[in-house]
Design a protein around this ligand. Sequence first.
Ligand code: SF4
Length: 73
Amino acid sequence: MNPDRSPDCLKCEYFFVTWDTAFPRGCRIFGIKSRQLPSLEVKKAMGRHCPGFKEAEAVKKRIEDDHSTDITV
Ligand code: SF4
């Protein structure tokens, strides 16, 4: 994660897609729905980057799978 940028909510455990087409992006931690990424709303409200980011298990697994090498000889 780059400390100079807001965390990528799309890779966060707490991100979800809402049913509200006007505010389709949600955050379970902060209980917000927004048009843009919730981490940008958090930055606006708190004046600092979101402290709640937690890498989603699915993302972790994908990264592990990408870095694993299956070398069978
Ligand atoms: S906790 Fe932070 S990074 Fe995660 S979805 Fe909420 S705003 Fe985004």
